[in-house]
Design a binder for this molecule. Structure first.
Ligand SMILES: Cc1cc2nc3c(=O)[nH]c(=O)nc-3n(C[C@H](O)[C@H](O)[C@H](O)COP(=O)(O)OP(=O)(O)OC[C@H]3O[C@@H](n4cnc5c(N)ncnc54)[C@H](O)[C@@H]3O)c2cc1C
Length: 500
């Protein structure tokens, strides 16, 4: 038998989590191969082009592109392989259009945001300040330390001795959820609903199920590193990381769908592709979701006990119905912000077609659309079950009806949108499953019940020796900067394991 080519690490998938793992390892001199089933890198942070428009498939509100502190993980990941990404500052994180006339912009300047919220809830002035200040404390702890693998005891000891107070602060908040902290400071039920939405719009669960550590990041970094849009579209981040990977000596292969993780003597040693090709590595990293990894790439009936336990704690969140719209620029009033959240009834916040997320990246980077036009990405939660077992004509009709309902709602904030439509493409949970390679098109794991903060989220090592997971179904969860954290941690743990 010819000798096997042995990579130090094989990464299944080129989402941001996979790419950060791969680039970090390549920067340390490891021989790395990334295998991506799709045509381009990025996964949920990818893009597609139609008729002169460049649409982000998912993420558009980007954290982690700042230039200071330690939490700017996308900037750090890019720099590690000598690439960089120009970004455009967004002065407002979100313009909320909420029930009972709560119309509020989250300004980049912390004090301005607090004042806008206090103007709606003057009787809660102290509580508002105390709650958001407490979130800042969490962030200040995080932003002091190098964010690497908590599975590496020597690193944990080193960080503890360098920053004991920051570490104690983080240990205190690790098992806490936002709702409990908010209720210590705030009593007004409407304001608590607003805090629910502040969480839901990225964690897709209300405040009492959202870990405080993640909230500390989001509620504070928006006023620190800020929300920025990558020039050329979100897909540029993955493209630059892929370029950096190759410059650093790594390899990436597209249209390379892994169908099986090969095990020998109870250890992950390689992967097999749909075309039959086989690759071997000292370490295998899966950037597919944990459901895909342990139910499809490995035999589901041999699932390790701790994965079964994880599935009892976490379930798949819904997917989305996405409208990718090209529209005449004249439809958008002067002063329109890039990101909006629209909800008419608090009872429907987490219901299918309840919360409507809207991003208009061409307000920051006009080059993504033909002159005189904008792109709008509007998306709202939907379950895959509602889109199964339909004939092709039923599926198309259902898409058209759903799109009609969303456009009608969008008309509330952008009157004349329907008349100004130039392009419309509708994605369903089936589209997300197919093009993003994610089980049921899920956005990611959400707790089945109230858990103790982030304590239940697994790190990168798995019960199968040689196999690691990275991305949004590992600590600390969804979002580009979060999966970048997971990538740093995964590469760190592997580098230590390989003695790099
Ligand atoms: C509609 C939407 C809006 C969002 N908005 C934001 C936002 O504004 N800001 C933000 O920070 N986050 C946002 N997110 C979340 C964010 O995009 C994700 O959390 C993050 O991109 C997930 O990265 P990942 O590395 O875990 O994996 P993924 O992005 O899922 O990438 C995994 C990759 O692995 C590949 N793959 C899977 N299986 C295989 C296989 N068997 N063989 C080979 N390749 C495989 C896939 O093709 C994919 O490229 C949004 C997500 C969605 C869907």
């Amino acid at each position: 038998m010819p000798p096997r080519t042995l990579f130090d690490a094989i990464v299944i998938g080129s989402g941001i989590g996979g790419l950060v793992t791969a680039t970090q390892l390549a920067a340390k001199g490891a021989k790395v191969l990334v295998l991506e089933r799709y045509l381009i890198p990025g996964g949920s942070a990818g893009y597609f082009e139609r008729q002169g428009y460049r649409f982000d498939v998912g993420a558009s509100m980007i954290f982690g592109l700042g230039d200071q502190g330690t939490t700017n993980l996308l900037t750090r990941a890019l720099n590690a392989v000598n690439v960089s990404q120009e970004s455009i500052f967004d002065p407002v994180q979100i313009h909320y259009h909420l029930p009972n006339g709560l119309d509020l912009k989250v300004d980049r300047v912390y004090e301005k945001f607090l004042q806008s919220l206090i103007a709606y809830f003057p009787h809660e002035q102290k509580g508002i300040r105390r709650f958001y200040d407490e979130c800042q404390q969490v962030f200040n702890c995080l932003n002091r330390i190098d964010l690497l693998s908590l599975e590496e005891p020597r690193y944990v000891m080193r960080v503890f001795f360098q920053h004991p107070l920051a570490c104690l602060g983080l240990a205190k908040y690790l098992p806490q959820n936002v709702g409990d902290v908010a209720r210590r400071h705030i009593k007004d039920p409407q304001l608590l609903k607003f805090i629910d939405m502040e969480c839901y719009c990225w964690s897709v669960v209300p405040a009492n199920m959202t870990p405080m550590i993640n909230a500390g990041m989001v509620f504070s970094d928006r006023h620190y590193g800020g929300v920025r849009y990558p020039k050329g579209g979100v897909g540029q981040i993955a493209q630059k990381l892929a370029d950096g990977l190759e410059k650093a000596g790594g390899e990436i292969s597209y249209q390379a769908r892994v169908t099986k993780i090969i095990t020998e003597k109870g250890r992950a040693v390689g992967v097999q592709l749909a075309n039959g090709k086989v690759y071997y590595g000292k370490r295998i990293v899966s950037n597919a979701t944990r459901w895909d990894t342990f139910e499809k790439l490995l035999p589901a009936d041999e699932m390790p006990v701790n994965e079964k336990n994880w599935q009892q704690r976490y379930q798949k969140s819904p997917s989305f119905l996405s409208l990718h719209i090209g529209v005449k620029a004249s439809v958008l009033p002067t002063g329109t912000e890039c990101h909006h959240i629209l909800l008419e009834d608090w009872q429907k916040m987490a219901a299918p077609e309840g919360t409507l997320f809207v991003s208009i990246p061409t307000l920051l980077d006009p080059d993504l659309a033909p002159a005189g036009y904008h792109i709008i990405h509007a998306f709202t939660p939907h379950w895959i079950d509602d889109w199964q077992k339909l004939s092709p004509s039923e599926y198309e009709a259902k898409k058209e009806q759903a799109a009609g309902r969303i456009i009608e709602r969008l008309e509330q904030i952008f009157p004349g949108l329907d008349a100004g439509l130039d392009y419309l493409e509708v994605g369903t949970p089936r589209t997300h499953r197919r093009f993003l390679g994610r089980a049921d098109g899920t956005y990611g794991p959400i707790p089945r019940r109230k858990l103790r903060g982030l304590l239940g989220m697994p790190f990168n090592r798995t019960a199968l020796p040689g196999l690691y997971c990275v991305g949004d179904s590992t600590f600390p969860g969804q979002g580009l900067n979060a999966v970048a954290f997971s990538g740093f941690a995964c590469a760190h743990r592997i580098a230590v394991d390989l003695g790099l």
